[in-house]
Write a protein that binds this ligand. Structure first.
Ligand SMILES: Cc1cc2nc3c(=O)[nH]c(=O)nc-3n(C[C@H](O)[C@H](O)[C@H](O)COP(=O)(O)OP(=O)(O)OC[C@H]3O[C@@H](n4cnc5c(N)ncnc54)[C@H](O)[C@@H]3O)c2cc1C
Length: 559
């Protein structure tokens, strides 16, 4: 019902106003945002005591997904509800939550998050914005400049990151738009998401009350990073909604457009595109709700342990930082693929600014850049997992060493009579072994300088992402089958996905091995990768056709 409300809101308030929004009517965007607040859409993640509905993380993600079909409205809305509000909800004290979160939860205030600076993008801790305590100890005096700030044009509150005196790390402050010395620049001219306001903000001797420091002095970098984990998870959900709408637009067009006397949806090449769109989306969605459920479970446990919902939420979210980076990268690239193929399916009409797919294509691109670029997130996938392992949270290196020492005995582990799902689980288990071999080999070869070998880290990240996605998909299809009795088309999706993943793992594994291994060990590593990525052949043509035929029959995305 909540998702339906969001969907109806897009139909009634957003789509009819899209052209005006894209022409730069910021008052209109602000009023639509406020309406969504009045309807309760902004309070989904906020507990009742601060004016929200305190819904589960799964529901929060479902809302992020549904609103994701709202083009630039979705960016403005997500920035407000996520990075603009949650730093105060998660790290703020009771007074700050009462003064600000209650208003942000209802849309009375619109929020923004100000981390990026002209000289500090991916290297977010290198910002120059500075805060000094006033002589009377009542204010921090803020000076500096932020850029690329979503909602800047009309946000009432800004979560601003700055260094106090000559601190090495950031602190976080709540700054109101009306504080003297805050000046918002004109909106940037952008490639896409033209309806959202993005601008620079300048701070000149802004007096920020000491009560507006979020958390402790020096805790800002932690706040910034943990909020980005949350932002990445929500982006992973958000792109699902955009992709579902784009696939529906694609199939509807393919079912109307005739060439050579036939509907283009009857051509194999178009079926291939439609099915590939569905496979990537469905796989992505499987991982999104898998991790959302995991987070809900951990949140419930931590809330009991620490007694504070806000802190428990962010602890649970941060625990899934690796998965957050995976969802962000895989999801944003999935949407780019879907949006690109949608334009192609529309032919010349896909290039016309009159159609939604053209807007979707432009709007999709930003997702690979903000919330940490995909390059940074790929590095994070491996780096975070390895740091966790070094802390002893799980045994990565021990397992890797055992495998490495038994290279000659590694086989694909096929068991006679294994079931369909046992086979899939064996495949993903084998892909993990390839990852372990590469982590071990690369760590031994480069030791502390591994961090500088980004190409190898990227190979490992690619394998980790694809394997996590495939494993999530296999778990979902297994569950669907146990619920529905049969899941033919879902097996097709899984078969093609695993077949593709095996190819990606093999290629990434080869690339890594050739980059780190001494010549004498290369042949045995390559042999091991070959057996560990061996999967049964799939008639991918027929499988994709069956997937496409379901989509074509439904004439919309309904999987
Ligand atoms: C439309 C839009 C909205 C935005 N909204 C907000 C917002 O609301 N609040 C906010 O604070 N910020 C916002 N941003 C900023 C955004 O988060 C940054 O643009 C992003 O983090 C990248 O920083 P940068 O632009 O400085 O690029 P750079 O960091 O200069 O990166 C340039 C290139 O170098 C690569 N690179 C950088 N460092 C490394 C490395 N160590 N290893 C490998 N590759 C590297 C990057 O991946 C990228 O490809 C927004 C940006 C845009 C475009």
């Amino acid at each position: 019902m909540i998702a339906q409300t969001c969907h109806d809101f897009l139909e009634a308030e957003v789509y009819p106003n899209m052209v005006a929004l894209e022409k730069g009517d910021r008052e209109l965007m602000k009023s639509i945002l406020k309406k969504s607040g009045e309807l309760g859409m902004m309070g989904i993640s906020i507990p009742e005591e601060f004016g929200g509905f305190g819904q589960s993380f799964v529901t929060q993600m479902l809302v992020a997904e549904t609103t994701g079909a709202g083009y630039s409205f979705s960016v403005a809305y997500m920035a407000h509800c996520g990075i603009g509000t949650l730093p105060i909800m998660y790290y703020g004290n009771k007074d700050q939550r009462e003064r600000y979160v209650t208003k942000l939860a209802t849309g009375e205030f619109i929020g923004a998050y100000c981390l990026t600076e002209p000289g500090a993008g991916s290297d977010a801790n290198s910002g120059k914005t500075n805060a000094k305590l006033s002589e009377d100890g009542k204010h921090y005096i803020l000076n500096g400049q932020k850029m690329w700030i979503t909602n800047a044009g009309f946000a009432d509150t800004q979560v601003v990151f700055a260094k106090i005196d000559s601190d090495r790390v950031l602190s976080a402050f709540i700054v109101e738009r009306d504080f003297p010395g805050v000046v918002v620049g004109p909106d940037e001219h952008k490639m896409g998401i033209k309806g959202s306001s993005t601008a620079q903000i300048y701070y000149t001797d802004v007096k920020v009350p000491v009560e507006n420091l979020i958390g402790k002095r020096g805790e800002g970098f932690r706040v910034a990073l943990s909020i980005l984990h949350m932002g990445r998870l929500k982006l992973g959900a958000n792109v699902l909604g955009a992709a579902k709408k784009t696939i529906t637009d694609s199939v509807k067009y393919a079912n109307e457009r005739k060439q050579f006397g036939l509907l283009i949806s009857s051509f194999g090449a178009i079926k291939h595109k439609l099915a590939s769109q569905v496979i990537r989306l469905f796989a992505s969605e499987s991982a999104v709700y898998r991790v959302s459920h995991d987070i809900d479970n951990l949140m419930a446990k931590l809330t009991v342990d620490c007694g504070d919902y806000g802190r428990a939420s962010i602890e649970a979210i941060s625990h899934y930082a690796v998965e957050a980076a995976i969802l962000k990268v895989y999801g944003s690239e999935m949407l780019d693929f879907v949006a690109d193929e949608a334009v192609q399916i529309h032919g010349g009409m896909g290039y016309s600014a009159e159609l939604d797919v053209e807007r979707g294509y432009r709007d999709s691109r930003i997702n690979r850049i903000f919330e940490g670029t995909n390059e940074i997130n790929r590095l994070l996938v491996v780096d975070t997992a390895m740091k966790r392992a070094m802390k002893g949270e799980f045994d990565l290196f021990g397992n890797a060493e055992v495998l490495f020492n038994n290279l000659g005995n590694l086989t694909d582990g096929e068991v006679v009579g294994e079931t369909y799902f046992e086979e899939k689980s064996r495949y993903t288990g084998n892909f993990k072994k390839v990852i372990l071999l590469c982590v071990h080999g690369a760590s031994k070869r480069f030791e502390k300088t591994l961090i500088n070998e980004q190409e190898v880290l990227n190979n490992i990240a690619e394998m980790m992402m694809e394997t996590y996605i495939s494993e999530s998909l296999a778990l979902r299809v297994n569950k669907l089958e146990s619920m529905k009795g049969s899941a033919e088309v879902y097996r097709d999706i899984l078969d093609v996905n695993i077949y593709d993943t095996a190819g990606i793992v093999r290629k990434s594994g080869y690339d890594a091995v050739y980059s780190f291994a001494a010549p004498e060990i290369v042949p045995s590593l390559i042999r091991a990768i070959d057996s560990l990525t061996r999967v049964k052949g799939v008639n991918v043509k027929e499988a994709r056709r069956r997937i496409a035929d379901k989509l074509i029959g439904d004439n919309c995305y309904k999987f």
